[in-house]
Write a protein that binds this ligand. Sequence first.
Ligand SMILES: Nc1nc2c(c(=O)[nH]1)N[C@H]1C(S)=C(S)[C@@H](COP(=O)(O)O)O[C@H]1N2
Ligand SMILES: [Mo]
Length: 382
Amino acid sequence: MKTENSEPTSAPLNTNPFNGLIIREREPENLEFPFSALNSFQTPTEQFFVRSHFPVPAIDMKTWRLNIEGLVNEPMEIEYDELRMMPTRTVTMALECAGNSRIFLSPKVTGLQWELGAVGNAEWTGVPLSEILRRAGVKPGAMEAVLEGADSGEIKKEPVSPGKITYARSLTMEKAMSPEVILAYQMNGEDLTPAHGYPVRAIVPGHYGMASVKWLNRILVIDREFRGYFQTTDYTLWERNNGYPIQLLPIREIEVKAEIARPALYEAVPANSVYRMFGAAWTGESEIAKVEISVDGAKTWSPAQLLGDSVKYAWRLWEYHWSTPAKCGRYTVMARATDTRGRTQPMHRDNHRGNYVITHVQPIEVEVKKPRNAVETESYHI
Ligand SMILES: Nc1nc2c(c(=O)[nH]1)N[C@H]1C(S)=C(S)[C@@H](COP(=O)(O)O)O[C@H]1N2
Ligand SMILES: [Mo]
C-alpha cells in the first residue's frame, strides 16, 4: 500500500497538460482549478482554486498579531514568530467551496459559476486551535469561537451586506476544540501565499471551505450563536421538517461527493477500447467507502477502484476502466460516492439547497468516436 501523499497506482494516461487556473472573477480574484487536469493526490499550490469575497488585505508583519478575546481567562496577542514555535499538526484536507458545481444547476442560480474545480486537496501545517484556546483558558458558558479575517468590504450584489463588513465565521466550541482544526501557516510544505491567507488561516476539516477563514487576525469566544453576514445572510440553508422550513442554519459539514476528472464534458472517447476514467471523491466527518460508475444512464452501477489509502478529511482518488461501446454516438457517464456512514449522493437536485451544497449525481456526456487511426485507415481504402 502507499502513503498518503503518493501518486495513484497507475499514472493517468490521458493527462490534460493545462496547468493554470480559470478566472471566474477578476477583482476580487476568484480562480478555478481545471478539474480535468487532476493528476495527483495533493493539489499543487499554484493550481489550488481561490475564493475571496474581498481583495487580499495588506498586512504589515511588524504589527500583525493574532488576538484571542472574549470569554477567555487570559486574552492574548500572539506574534507570528511565537505561533511558529508552538506545537504543530499537519492535516491533508479536501477543501471544497459550498458553491462548487453551481454551473450545472438549471435554472441558473446566482453566485460565481463554478464548474468542478472549486475544490482542492492540500497538506496544511499549523497550530491546533484547541492548543491556543487551552492557553487562553475558555470560560464556562462559552458556546462558539468566531474566526475573523483581516479582509473587509461591502457586498453590493444580492444578498447585499449592511455596509462594510469583515469576513468572519464561527465554529461551535466542540468543533473548535477538535484536534484536526488548525491555524495553518503552511500549505504543501511552504509558507502560505497571499491568495490562500498569509500569514495564518484556519483549516476546518470536514466543513465546506467558507469555514476555513483566511488572513486570520482575531478569535472571539462568545456565549451565543454568532449572527454574522456569512452565516445568516449568506452560506445558509433552511432546516426542514416534511418540506416545511423550520430554521435558517449556517452551512457547515461537507456532504459526500464524487467528481469525474476524465472524461471531461463532451470529450471524444475512442470506441471499442479501454478508457481509464479517473476522478476524486470526498465527504464530511467520515471516509469514502465506495465509488460506483454508471455508463448506461444510471441503470447499472459498477465499482470503481479506490486508489491509495483512505486519509480522513482528504479526498480519495479513484479509477475505472471503461470498455467503451463499438457503436459511436453520445453516451452518459456518472460517478456516485458512498461514505462509511452510509450516506450516498442523491440522484436529483433538492432545490431547497438553493445555490449551495451541489452534490447530486452529475451526468457527464461524452462523444464515443472511432479512434483516429481507424478513421484514417477507412478513408485510405476509399
Ligand atoms: N478571510 C476570508 N477567508 C475566507 C474567504 C474570504 O473571502 N475571506 N473565503 C472562504 C471561502 S468561501 C472558501 S471556499 C475558502 C477558499 O479558500 P482558498 O481561496 O484558499 O481556496 O476560503 C474561505 N475563507
Ligand atoms: Mo466558498
